[in-house]
Ligand binder design. Sequence first.
Ligand SMILES: [Zn+2]
Length: 183
Amino acid sequence: MEQVFAPWRIEWVERSESPAEREECVFCAFATSEEDYENRVVARSEHGFVLLNNYPYSPGHAMVIPHRHTNEYTALAEEELLGHALLKQRTLRAIEAAFDPDGVNMGYNLGAGAGGSIEHLHAHAVPRWEGDTNFMAVIGDTQVIVEALEDSYDRLHEAFAAQEGTRAPEQDTDAEHAVRIGP
Ligand SMILES: [Zn+2]
């Protein structure tokens, strides 16, 4: 049987080295934090937010995260599911506009048996190009990766801000805060 290639199995890696700082769920912390640029939260809606992966399989690798702390997709209420789906659709549009990839992998790791390492549901969106290889494995240079994340943030921020029904915060020339989706 042909093996299905699933780059979203590469999980998000926390920046903090301190176990004490990891006691709180990092996605819940990002949901209420104002430090969007530092956290790489690029867009926010009523039900969730879009975060750049700190360990990108490819440039533009993002995650769509509902606010509710659960690792069970089946636990989401209809309204949350719809909000999550709409945010995924907007994320796909933003990735296509910002990076013009040949394709996008989108998927979940639900449960430890599937490679899930964070107890908070998140959908990976991974832009793909013909013949691409794992960006992190190729680059390996921390400074280059940080610069690539900053570049990806700016590009996605601009793409989200260009969508209808969004508003970038005031004084947002430096993209300090996530693009707001909806009223
Ligand atoms: Zn959480």
